[in-house]
Write a protein that binds this ligand. Structure first.
Ligand code: ARG
Length: 280
């Protein structure tokens, strides 16, 4: 029965204006706002994801999920040409596909992500976002999907050898991140906030600051891209990432958790991670 629905949908698609059905075939690519809104209604007709047979797909068919992120955070989210790619972006696409929903990704400042969810502008944020108690007051989180850490980047010849040596130093962070929050506790620390992690790293290479506190995986990327930097062995903190969803939307949290679980069990999740993080 499912099969025949798909066949009919396909036939309808073929008969219809080509672009009206394009969404289902190309839905893994980042949609820009106007086009995505126009296409949202045609997703249900394509029935493509009903092959999964999941209840969520039937319920959600035809809907659109708006994800917000800050695409300054390789390998989790970054820009490649005009597309937003990375672990979070790919996982979000895989989840949307499972739910039979179209995905739109919007890029914004990291500290605007939670407000965007709270105001209903966005359905969720996938942004290498660390779960913490403060954020839990404003959003709900899915199950965690990655282990992470705040690490310290310094110049290769730096006299800073451990987190204890940060006292009284000039420290760069990305505004509103957990690095920013923890840096605040450093005794006599002179905290310099940047819109992008990469800008903090540039400031370090220019000798304007003494250290950068940032998540481990982006730190590795930035250190690789810039000569003369190193990551201290001792992490500043250990933490975990999860997807943030509007407070009280347990239905969406449940759907996401199920999808994440399925992606982990099928190995698809690991495949996405391996695409962006190569084992050392
Ligand atoms: N894990 C840190 C936090 O949650 C930093 C995340 C930054 N993410 C980004 N997409 N820029 O605060």
């Amino acid at each position: 029965m499912k099969k025949s629905i798909i066949t009919i949908a396909a036939a309808v698609c073929m008969a219809a204006v080509l672009t009206a059905c394009g969404g289902s075939q190309t839905k893994t690519k980042t949609e820009t706002t106007a086009a995505a809104t126009e296409k949202a209604g045609t997703e249900a007709a394509s029935g493509e994801t009903s092959a999964e047979g999941s209840e969520a797909a039937t319920e959600a068919a035809g809907g659109k999920l708006v994800m917000v992120t800050n695409a300054e955070f390789p390998p989790y989210e970054f820009r490649e040409n005009n597309d937003i790619v990375g672990i979070d972006a790919d996982i979000a696409r895989a989840i949307a596909e499972k739910l039979g929903m179209e995905l739109e990704i919007q890029d914004m400042a990291f500290d605007s992500l939670i407000p965007a969810i709270q105001s209903g502008k966005a359905d969720f944020a996938a942004a290498g976002m660390t779960v913490n108690e403060d954020r839990k007051k404003n959003v709900d989180f899915t199950d965690t999907y990655a282990e992470a850490a705040q690490v310290i980047i310094v110049k290769e010849d730096s006299d800073i050898a451990s987190p204890d040596d940060l006292t009284g130093k000039k420290i760069g962070v990305q505004t509103g991140t957990t690095g920013d929050i923890y840096a605040d506790d450093i005794e006599n620390g002179d905290i310099q906030r940047f819109n992008k992690g990469m800008e903090a790293v540039m400031s370090l290479t220019q000798g304007k600051i003494d250290a950068v506190i940032i998540d481990r995986e982006p730190a590795k990327v930035f250190v690789k891209e810039n000569e003369g930097l190193k990551i201290l062995d001792e992490a500043f903190t250990e933490e975990e990432y999860a997807i943030a969803i509007k407070k009280g939307n347990t239905e969406l949290v449940d759907k996401f958790n199920t999808a994440i679980k399925e992606l982990k069990e099928s190995g698809e999740f690991q495949k996405i991670v391996d695409k962006y993080i190569t084992a050392e």
